[in-house]
Structure formats: structure tokens, C-alpha cells
Design a protein. Structure first.
Lengths: 207, 69
């Protein structure tokens, strides 16, 4: 990506006042620049949930992880983010009126692909909803009840059941049975609750 | 409800175009608002110091109202 294109992208992002669009554009630009050096980035955590649900949940930082095994030395990370006029580092930076964290290898158990959005400066990979759902249900219950996480996952499930985001329910069930989560009953209960509210059938409760 | 959605779905395979992602924003927001309050941004986190400094005491930019999505 040449410097004129970067400059134009930065001006666009700096002016952007919608936090979700700004995050997506930032992820798009960072992904393009890191990909030129062999590292695939994926949006994770609250930023991923926001891009997938518009849940009015995320704060002003963007969390990214490495989706492939490649990594970059600190010097190169600083050089890339320097192209964006970033401040700070070597794992978190302030760029164009927001924060970007690059957290290392992604933690994912689902066999489904990362979701992909064709964003303005290049494709953005987004964490798999199957992982996000099971993880967020876990956080809503353990180590103690967490209302924000519960509201977040309720919205997440509503978007899925409403047909706006596709998930593999067999994979959700498999993940929830893994030793890493062991929360299938909690997942079934919450999905049923939302399905009942929306008056649809729960995909985790087949006849 | 699954088959009735009139907005583009974020697919498992392949990708969603930017235009389709934008087009679906309002409906995704509205679906969430059926089951939980509108804004559910956390009140605090370990990033509070830097966030509040950058966003004038808030933890991020204000969300676009649903009717403007």
C-alpha cells in the first residue's frame, strides 16, 4: 500500500465518528499493512462482537490477534504502525483517534472459518461467532454473574436467531462440551431463553 | 424468524461486502434491542485511564443512534 493511499485512509478514519465503522476501517488498514509482511490479523473480543452485532458494547479500542503462525519482530511492528502515525507500542498504539492492540496468536477452538468483511482498505477477518458465543456465555456466569456479558451474549444470540449472522450450531455444541468451556447447559438455557423471547425454535433443543 | 430476515446475512463461508454489512447494521442493532438494553458498553475496564483521556472522560466514541444507522 503506497503512502498516498495510507494518508487518504488515515484522513478518512480520523474524521470517522461512528465507533463501529471506525474500528472496521482501522482493522482493514492494519490487516492490509500486516498482510504485506505475511501476518494475517483477526479482530477479536468486544470489537469482533460489535462488528457482528452492532450491540453498542465495545469501547474505543480495537483488539487484533495473529490468525496465522507468522509473527513480526518488535522493530517491524513499530515501523508498520509508524506508517500510520501511531504513538506507543510495541503491542498497543494510539492511532487516528482510537487504540489498537495486537495481542499475539488467536485463541480459537472452532473448526469454522473466521468471518470475513470486505472493508474499504481490504478484507477484515473477524473472530468465529461459535467461539465468541460459548466464551461470552461462560464469562456471563463464571467466575460470578456478569450482567454486561449476559446482555452482550443475549444480543449476540438474537442477531443469530434473527437470521443476520450464520453459525454452525453443531460446532457451538461441540465447543460448549470441550474441557475448555464445559458450559453446554448454560448455553442451551440462554439460547432457549432468547428463542422463546423471539418466538422461534431453539437450535440447541432439537425435537 | 431465521428465514424472514430481509437484510444480508454475515455468512460462515465467503465474505460479506462492505455495502451489505452497512445495510444490515440497523436490523442487527434492532434485533439486539429486543432482548437487552440499547447501550451496554462496560462502565470500566483496565483500559479506563487511556480511554477516558482520549475520549474526554468517556470510554469511546458515542454510538450512532439506531434510527440513524
Amino acid at each position: 500500500m503506497d503512502s498516498e493511499k495510507i494518508k487518504s485512509a488515515l484522513a478518512d478514519m480520523t474524521a470517522e465518528q461512528d465507533p463501529t465503522v471506525k474500528s472496521l476501517k482501522m482493522a482493514s488498514l492494519c490487516s492490509a499493512l500486516w498482510a504485506e509482511r505475511g501476518v494475517e490479523l483477526v479482530v477479536v473480543g468486544g470489537s469482533a462482537i460489535e462488528i457482528l452485532t452492532e450491540g453498542a458494547y465495545a469501547s474505543g479500542d480495537l483488539d487484533l490477534c495473529h490468525a496465522n503462525k507468522a509473527t513480526l519482530p518488535v522493530r517491524e511492528r513499530q515501523e508498520i504502525m509508524g506508517l500510520l502515525g501511531a504513538k506507543g507500542g510495541p503491542r498497543n498504539w494510539e492511532v487516528a483517534g482510537m487504540f489498537v492492540d495486537v495481542l499475539g496468536p488467536v485463541e480459537s477452538f472452532a473448526h469454522t472459518p473466521f468471518r470475513r468483511v470486505q472493508a474499504p482498505f481490504g478484507d477484515v477477518l473477524v473472530m468465529k461467532p461459535e467461539d465468541l458465543l460459548v466464551e461470552r456465555v461462560l464469562v456471563s456466569v463464571y467466575p460470578g454473574e456478569n450482567q454486561t456479558a449476559r446482555d452482550c451474549v443475549k444480543k449476540f444470540i438474537a442477531v443469530i436467531l434473527g437470521g443476520d449472522m450464520a453459525v454452525n450450531w453443531d460446532e457451538v455444541r461441540r465447543l460448549a462440551n470441550l474441557p475448555e468451556y464445559r458450559n453446554l447447559p448454560e448455553c442451551e438455557k440462554l439460547v432457549k431463553e432468547i428463542a422463546d423471547e423471539l418466538k422461534v425454535k431453539s437450535p440447541l433443543h432439537p425435537d | 424468524m431465521n428465514s424472514k430476515s430481509k437484510v444480508p446475512c454475515i455468512p460462515i463461508e465467503g465474505s460479506i461486502s462492505y455495502e451489505d454489512w452497512l445495510k444490515g447494521r440497523r436490523h442487527r442493532r434492532e434485533l439486539g434491542e429486543l432482548v437487552a438494553p440499547g447501550v451496554i458498553r462496560r462502565k470500566s475496564s483496565s483500559s479506563d485511564r487511556r480511554l477516558k483521556k482520549l475520549f474526554n472522560g468517556e470510554r469511546g466514541l458515542p454510538f450512532t443512534p439506531t434510527e440513524k444507522l
